[in-house]
Write a protein that binds this ligand. Structure first.
Ligand SMILES: Cc1cc2nc3c(=O)[nH]c(=O)nc-3n(C[C@H](O)[C@H](O)[C@H](O)COP(=O)(O)OP(=O)(O)OC[C@H]3O[C@@H](n4cnc5c(N)ncnc54)[C@H](O)[C@@H]3O)c2cc1C
Ligand code: SF4
Length: 517
């Protein structure tokens, strides 16, 4: 791998190597720029370092303490963000649906929330590119959303137990389903700069890291492509400061490696540290916040899960966990809430399931033992729904310090009326599906998933932190590319959209660079 010295002024420093950082890193390196990626986490070798052991794999989560406040405090750790070269994609489930055009225009449609400053068509061309580069598996004819330029490059993955039960229950109650688009390979796949990746072995441990590279995490897709084009990845480097020169531009990035402070000089900075850390870094450095919007508009998808016990052997640890989908509730005819939600089947590893029963159902002792012994017969479905931005949901720096001596982030979150109504609607729908599929002992686990927002994009620098290209309104050589820039939460899983926007940000930057210089 190419290595740059810290006295050299590189073209760009990319902070964070997840879904937001890795694609643009590869694009900028491919354009011949000198690029260095600083990543707080380790550079894992999946073959050696990823075991079929949920507890051991907790190393993939961002485990530094975050303070949670509000009426529906968000759990962090495994629930929300990852660390390591590849970021949260190391442990994501790899559901990769596209957004619907109307999700980007929530304010126009409902009079609340926020419209995106980008049209669907612009994102769609990048969806197509990402799907074909990372190798998304999906049905030949996906039943929802606008028509596509090309089908998914690979056919659907085998459907696990929960997916088959969801299909059966939905059919009974008249809800359409399809095998989900999933960024795990249903057949071997060749990628430029990467080589051959093997097909999914149905190991079922996607959320603990895929040890064969069948799941398209960034460490087996865009990161090797970036390295092949000349990028340097510097793992275990925790960025603490962004230094500005006399003109107000960022000229140096300060980070801690092996307990020592180092600095990298650069012309441009791409901040891709994820919703919480991107905002924390800006707030700590008092940067890019003339709008007062950094840390505001925290959103989290309503993610209610409904579980049931079945007579059949389900074995929920087996097969690809992200298997079956329905988008029939995208705009439900009887909706009394804003936007919509999708339904997805769940594959669950044993420790995660036991923790949910203790936390979500309050079971303990003999009761927990009895419920745990039914593990091989349980199946779950969940929703992923839109969430509005509210004044009362935000992130701030707390007085309490973390192990590095930096202020801990405190995140306030309370579901609004729309999210509460959506969850009630989904509770009814999913219970009907599970009853129709033959479930007994049905129970609900309320939750919110995927933290989004804090540095939203927009056309007006008084109300947004970055413009539609991801460029800071205040600091022209600072870009943000991660889930912090979403103006609204969208009713689909976010990773594919983050990757598509990452490529778009890189292209917009490359087009405008001469003018910017
Ligand atoms: C269990 C689980 C399952 C999920 N499943 C899905 C799914 O099926 N489909 C989907 O679309 N989404 C899913 N998600 C969500 C998805 O993984 C994330 O939304 C997405 O990966 C976020 O990408 P990002 O680039 O914004 O941030 P991240 O991927 O979190 O990347 C941020 C990176 O920045 C690094 N970093 C942070 N601070 C610093 C610093 N100061 N210095 C240097 N580096 C730093 C971090 O270590 C990290 O590697 C799931 C999430 C979880 C938790
Ligand atoms: S189910 Fe497939 S993609 Fe997921 S961890 Fe196993 S082999 Fe990898």
């Amino acid at each position: 791998m190419k290595q740059y010295t810290t006295n050299e002024t590189v073209d760009a420093v990319i902070i964070g190597t997840g879904a937001g950082g890795a694609p643009l890193l590869a694009r900028l390196a491919g354009a011949g720029l000198k690029v260095v990626a600083l990543e707080a986490g380790k550079y894992w070798d999946p073959k050696k370092d990823f075991s079929t052991d949920e507890k051991a794999q907790e190393k993939l989560f961002w485990n530094d303490e975050r303070l949670s406040a509000g009426d529906d405090p968000l759990p962090f750790g495994s629930n929300n963000s990852g660390t390591g070269v590849g970021g949260s994609t190391l442990h994501y489930t790899a559901y990769t649906p596209r957004v619907h055009p109307d999700d980007l225009k929530i304010r126009t449609e409902f009079g609340v929330g926020e419209d995106w400053p980008i049209d669907f068509e612009e994102i769609a061309q990048y969806y197509d590119e990402v799907e074909h580069f990372i190798g998304v598996s999906g049905p030949a004819n996906y039943p929802w959303g606008p028509s596509r330029k090309r089908s998914y490059p690979l056919g659907p993955l085998p459907v696990n137990g929960a997916g088959q039960l969801m299909e059966r229950g939905c059919k009974e109650v008249g809800i359409k389903t399809a095998p989900a688009a999933n960024a795990a390979l249903s057949a071997g796949y060749y990628q430029e700069g990467v080589g051959h990746r093997p097909a999914c072995a149905n190991r079922g441990f996607c959320q603990a890291g895929c040890n064969i590279g069948a799941k398209a995490s960034m460490d087996v897709t865009y990161i090797p492509l970036a390295i092949s084009k000349g990028a340097e990845i510097r793992p275990e480097c925790f960025v603490t400061q962004l230094i500005r020169d006399a003109s107000g531009k960022i000229s140096e990035v300060v980070y801690i490696r092996n307990g020592q402070e180092e600095r990298q000089r650069c012309r441009y900075v791409f901040l891709c540290a994820g919703t919480i850390e991107t905002a924390r870094l800006l707030l700590m450095n008092n940067l890019a916040n003339s709008s007062g919007q950094v840390g505001r508009n925290v959103m989290a998808h309503p993610g209610l899960q409904i579980w049931g016990e079945f007579d059949e052997d389900v074995r929920p640890y087996k097969g690809i966990p992200g298997a079956m989908i329905s988008e029939d509730m995208h705009r439900a005819s009887d909706a009394d809430f804003v936007g919509g939600y999708l339904l997805q089947s769940i594959g669950v590893m044993p420790v995660t399931y036991m923790q949910q029963m203790a936390r979500g159902r309050g079971l303990w002792g003999q009761e927990l033992k009895r419920a745990a012994s039914a593990y091989n017969h349980v199946a779950g479905i969940n929703i992923l729904g839109d969430c509005l931005p509210y004044e009362h949901n935000y992130m701030e720096l707390a007085d309490e310090k973390d192990s590095r001596g930096l202020p801990k982030p405190r995140v306030y979150f309370t579901n609004g009326e729309s999210e509460v109504r959506m969850t009630a609607h989904a509770n009814k729908v999913m219970r009907e599906i599970w009853e129709a599929a033959g479930a007994k002992n049905i129970w609900a686990f309320p939750r919110n998933a995927h933290v989004i927002g804090t540095c939203r994009m927009g056309n007006d620098g008084d109300r947004a932190v970055v413009n539609a290209d991801g460029q800071s309104f205040d600091i022209p050589n600072l870009y943000i590319s991660d889930n912090s820039t979403f103006p609204s939460a969208l009713s689909v899983n976010p990773a594919l959209t983050i990757m598509a926007l990452s490529l778009r940000t890189a292209d917009r930057f490359l087009t405008n660079r001469n003018r910017l210089d």
